[in-house]
Every structure is written in structure tokens, then in C-alpha cells.
Design a protein around this ligand. Structure first.
Ligand SMILES: Cc1ncc(COP(=O)(O)O)c(C=O)c1O
Length: 405
């Protein structure tokens, strides 16, 4: 149970001191997931690149950097944050379907391990950036292996017809071009099939296709040193991460003994179970046949239920009143889609009582916004049995207009 990382006594202290809504992360939970990955993959000795999009908070990222992990970044902003958090440039990879020339140049100046390019046009831009800087750009291609990961359509990325990556046919053309360029150094190939993938099978299928392709390239004299299998390992809401050993076994089955360095880009599975969203009850009311709990967190803070229909377990901090009932837990935003949970079975909370939304450590704060002119939440990190620190202050009303001219 995730609640063991988040004792009510410490949550109450955080809420009193930092206010609500507040994201609360557990350093020990975060480090536990990292240790599970290291253990599962130890025979392969891969480079782990934490996918910062899941949660780019410096307080958490620096923990991953301290464990020797690298970072997978998808924007100049994430690259900036990665460097600030202490990730070594040589362990950072730059992914994303629409990197601008300025972002490519920033990555090359930084000395990232490689750029995962996603189109021929991007590769030409990368070549130009390398020429401007008078260096050779380390190139990897994101290849679309056309594998169905059986997940939500918004987070399915490895099927033909998706905007991501290039086909094997296109990749072959690009690598042949790159091999002939004095500004490009083909070093790797990558896929990322999607997120919330709970079976190793689609990984095994995609990895097999990638390995066969890498072998064919080698016969043309193009030797890639890195095979990057992306992230996406699933984690059930409310649960610890499932052991990634089956994923490691799928990768080992294909890449063991090939001399190719494996790269893995986990995001959600590390961050999601390591955080919760702590919110306070404002009002209770009935609407038709429904019971509502209106809280001070909303879809601008945590959009996963509204965007993906994600169902996150919610619990009261402290006892509630009366028998358990079904409640919709909703926020103050003016949208019917603004809910954190639907049909949660709870006792009635008192006005002002705290509620915790579990498994909110990934794609929670990083997807938050100021919609309805709501200042973004604070973030706190539990560092020991009774110790914690604020890792991001709550935004103020002044922050809302700070950039307006
Ligand atoms: C290229 C790439 N790598 C890694 C990830 C991380 O996926 P997850 O958070 O599901 O592990 C993503 C997520 O979208 C991605 O696009």
C-alpha cells in the first residue's frame, strides 16, 4: 500500500505549513522504484534516462541524478532543468517530435549523449546546427516499430499513423544519409511504444524488430552503439510499481551479448507511486442522486481523471462521519469535467478535512496549469520518518500576472 510512505501525521503538518493543494512526494518511494529498476536490469547494465516529463521537479530529479541515472528530455526547458538538477550532459538524451533549431543547437552545445530525431527534416536541421557549431552531432532515430501496446489511445505512440518516429524504411534512408555526412554521427536507434504498458510482449516484439534492423545496418557498415527501448512500463493507480523484471527479460532476450548498450527511459513507473495530491474539503452537497465533495484542488492541478478517465484512489486523512457513501470529488473549476474522482467510496469528511489522491506523482504537477487563474500548487518532499521540506513554493496571485506586459 502506498499509504505506508505517507503517514497522516506528516501529511497534516505539511498541509498546515504549506497549505493545500500540495503535491507530496516520498524520497524513499522514489528511490525504491529506482532500486527495483537497477536490480531487474543488473545483468544488462543499461543507461537509465529518467523521463523528466513525468515529473520534472528539481527535488525529485536530483535524487535520480544522485543514483547515477541520466535524463530523457523533450524540450529546451527540460534540458535546462536537467542540468540544474545535476544530470551529467553525457547521460542526457534529447527526444521529441518537434525540436526547434534553437533547441537542437542548445543540446549540441550542452554535449548531450545523443539526439533522438523523428524526421528527415529534423536530421537536416541537426546537421545544420552541428555545422554552425563546427562539431559532429550524435544521432539516434526514433523508429516507429508498428506495435500495439494495448493502452489508452492518447498514450499509444508506436503504431504507424502516429505522429511519432519514422518507419524502418525511412530510417534506413536517413542512416545512409547520415553515414555520408561529416556533421552527423549515427550512434543509436530508439522506440517508445506508449505509456501504461503492462505486458513485456510488445516490448519484446519491438526490440526484436529494432535489433534485426540494427544488424542489417551493420552489414552496410553503420554500427550503432545504443538501442533505446523508451519508457512506458505501466503502474496501476494506487499500487507500487510492478517488478520490471519481465521487461528486463524481454530486453535481455534480444540484446544480451550483442555488445549494444541498452538505454531505458522510465518516467511514470518511478514517479507515479512516489507522490500524492493533498487537498482540503471546502463544501459537501447533494446534486440530484449524487453526493459531492468539493475540494480545493481541481483539474488545473491534476488533469489525469478529466483527460484520460484515470481513476486514482482517494482517502480521507483522519476518520470520516457516518456510513460509507459514493462521492464525486470535484474541484472549483468551471467545467463539468473538473473531477478528481467519481464514485469514490468514503465516509463523509468534515468541512476542512484533508483528502489524499494517490499515484499522483507522475503527469500531475508537470501537466498542471493556471486555468481559471488558479496559482499552481506547492510541492513538498518527505525525506525521513518525520522530516520533509518544501521543494516548490505555492504560486501567488502576483505570479499569475508576472509575465504580462
Ligand atoms: C520518448 C519517451 N520516452 C519516455 C517516456 C516516458 O514514458 P512513461 O512515463 O510512461 O514511462 C515518454 C512518455 O511519453 C516518451 O515519449
Amino acid at each position: 500500500m502506498l499509504s505506508r510512505y505517507f503517514k497522516p501525521s506528516i501529511l497534516k503538518k505539511i498541509a498546515e505549513s504549506a497549505g493545500t493543494p500540495v503535491y507530496v512526494y516520498s524520497a524513499s518511494a522514489f528511490l525504491r522504484q529506482i532500486a527495483s529498476y537497477k536490480k531487474a536490469f543488473r545483468a544488462l547494465d543499461p543507461l537509465f534516462c529518467y523521463a523528466m516529463k513525468a515529473n520534472s521537479s528539481g527535488g525529485l530529479c536530483s535524487l535520480a541524478a544522485g543514483e547515477g541515472w541520466g535524463a530523457d528530455v523533450v524540450s529546451g526547458g527540460e534540458l535546462y532543468r536537467a542540468l540544474k538538477a545535476g544530470f551529467k550532459p553525457g547521460k542526457i538524451i534529447f527526444s521529441g517530435v518537434g525540436k526547434t533549431p534553437a533547441e537542437l543547437e542548445y543540446a549540441l552545445r550542452t554535449g548531450v549523449l545523443f539526439v533522438n530525431a523523428e524526421s528527415f527534416e529534423e536530421v537536416i536541421e541537426l546537421e545544420r546546427a552541428a555545422a554552425r557549431l563546427n562539431l559532429r552531432a550524435p544521432l539516434s532515430l526514433r523508429i516507429n516499430p508498428d506495435v500495439d501496446p494495448h493502452t489508452h489511445k492518447y498514450i499509444t505512440t508506436g503504431r504507424l499513423g502516429s505522429k511519432f518516429g519514422v518507419s524502418f524504411k525511412e530510417a534506413r534512408k536517413i542512416y545512409l544519409y547520415a553515414a555520408g555526412s561529416k556533421r552527423l554521427q549515427p550512434v543509436g536507434a530508439q522506440f517508445h511504444i506508449g505509456s501504461q504498458v503492462h505486458s513485456p510482449r510488445p516490448y519484446a516484439m519491438a526490440a526484436g524488430r529494432l535489433a534485426a534492423f540494427i544488424l542489417k545496418l551493420a552489414s552496410r557498415g553503420i554500427n550503432l552503439g545504443y538501442a533505446d527501448i523508451g519508457g512506458g512500463w505501466g503502474v496501476k493507480e494506487g499500487a507500487e510499481m510492478a517488478d520490471p523484471a519481465p521487461l528486463a527479460a524481454a530486453a535481455a532476450g534480444v540484446f544480451s551479448g550483442t555488445g549494444i548498450k541498452l538505454v531505458v527511459e522510465p518516467g511514470r513507473s518511478v514517479a507515479a507511486p512516489s507522490g500524492l495530491l493533498l487537498t482540503r474539503t471546502i463544501y459537501r452537497k447533494r446534486g440530484g442522486h449524487k453526493n459531492f465533495i468539493i475540494v480545493d484542488a481541481a483539474m488545473n492541478d491534476f488533469i489525469r481523471p478529466a483527460l484520460y478517465g484515470a481513476s486514482h484512489p482517494v482517502s480521507l486523512i483522519g476518520p470520516g462521519r457516518g456510513p460509507q457513501k459514493l462521492y464525486d470529488i470535484v474541484g472549483p473549476v468551471c467545467e463539468s469535467g473538473d473531477f478528481l474522482a467519481e464514485g469514490a467510496l468514503l465516509r463523509e469528511p468534515a468541512s476542512g478535512q484533508l483528502l489524499a489522491v494517490y499515484s499522483a506523482g507522475a503527469y500531475g504537477f508537470s501537466m498542471s496549469s493556471q486555468y481559471n487563474s488558479r496559482p499552481r500548487a506547492a510541492e513538498a518532499l518527505i525525506t525521513g520518518a518525520s522530516s520533509w521540506r518544501l521543494i516548490r513554493r505555492r504560486e501567488t496571485y502576483k505570479d499569475l500576472t508576472a509575465n504580462e506586459l
